[in-house]
Structures are given as structure tokens and as C-alpha cells.
Design a protein. Structure first.
Length: 170
């Protein structure tokens, strides 16, 4: 989506223990692609999200990845508006971010994930031991692209992404 990208910022919530592993994956992928991943920008509150985007703009970052976190899901509109304000292409793992104005998402369907969690809760309430339940991985991932945001940022969406997208918002 951004072929000449050289610097990337990652928005993380330091209170989310799962993000350390995800951040290592992003850094490794960035290194393989020749993209420098700037130190993660931490945000625990809406004000810290605002501060993080000020830092992103000051560092002249080329794009931002928004990690999966309940705070970021709740603040998706704020994050999308800040990315647009600073003219930053942005990627998130949840489609609701794209529906709020973010550029692109690639990840599992949160509604499906919550339904799967409900089946586990049901089994536990019926007496199953949590340690006996299998660990599940998502079986499908979705690619959502916001064409309006791409146009506003002056980004031409490659045909290969348009073809493989589950939804393009126009």
C-alpha cells in the first residue's frame, strides 16, 4: 500500500501483555522488509493516544500500526481521525477501525471471536476445566480497505489488494 515506506510506528497499550509478542513479530517483519520500526508508542488513555500521534508526527513516521487492544477498539474513531490529521497510512487488525475511517485492517472478525469465546464460557459454566479446553486459532482473516481514506491520503490502492480485499469502503 505504501511502497516507499522506510519508518513505521506501532501504537501499543503497555498494560496488554499479549502485545510484546506481537511487537516482536512486527519488528522482525519490518527488518526483513527494510523498514525501521520506531520504538513502540505507548498509550493507556485517550490523552496518551493523542500524545503518541504528536510523537509520530514529530518523528516523521511514514505509517502506523495500531495493535489489537480494547482501548484502541473503543477509541477507533479518535485514532482514525488522528491518522488522517497527520496524513498517516494506518493498519489495524480489526475491521471496525476501517469502518471508523482508518485506512486498512487485516485480522480476524471480532464478532466471530466473541461468539467463540461465548462457547468456551458456556462449557466452563457447565463444568469443563479451562485447562482441558483446546486452544483455537482463527481460521479466516479479513482484509478491509477504506478507499475514501486512501484517496484523501493520495494513496493508489494496488489492484492485487483490491482483488483480495473482503470489503472496500468507498
Amino acid at each position: 500500500m505504501v511502497p516507499k515506506l522506510s519508518h513505521l510506528a506501532v501504537l501499543v497499550n503497555p498494560t496488554n501483555p499479549g502485545q510484546a509478542t506481537m511487537l516482536k513479530s512486527v519488528e522482525a517483519a519490518g527488518q526483513r522488509a527494510g523498514i525501521k520500526v520506531l520504538l513502540p508508542l505507548e498509550a493507556r488513555t485517550p490523552q496518551e493516544i493523542e500524545n503518541a500521534f504528536s510523537t509520530i508526527a514529530r518523528e516523521k513516521t511514514g505509517a502506523v500500526i495500531v495493535m489489537l487492544d480494547t482501548l484502541f477498539i473503543q477509541q477507533r474513531r479518535q485514532i482514525a481521525e488522528l491518522a488522517a490529521k497527520h496524513r498517516l497510512p494506518s493498519l489495524s487488525p480489526f475491521r471496525e477501525y476501517v469502518e471508523a475511517g482508518g485506512l486498512m485492517s487485516y485480522g480476524q472478525n471480532l464478532a466471530d471471536q466473541y461468539r467463540r469465546m461465548a462457547t468456551f464460557v458456556d462449557k466452563i459454566l457447565k463444568g469443563a476445566k479451562p485447562g482441558d479446553l483446546p486452544v483455537e486459532q482463527p481460521t479466516t482473516l479479513e482484509l478491509f480497505i477504506n478507499g475514501k481514506t486512501a484517496k484523501a491520503l493520495g494513496i493508489k490502492i494496488p489492484q492485487s489488494l483490491l482483488i483480495s480485499a473482503d470489503k472496500v469502503i468507498e
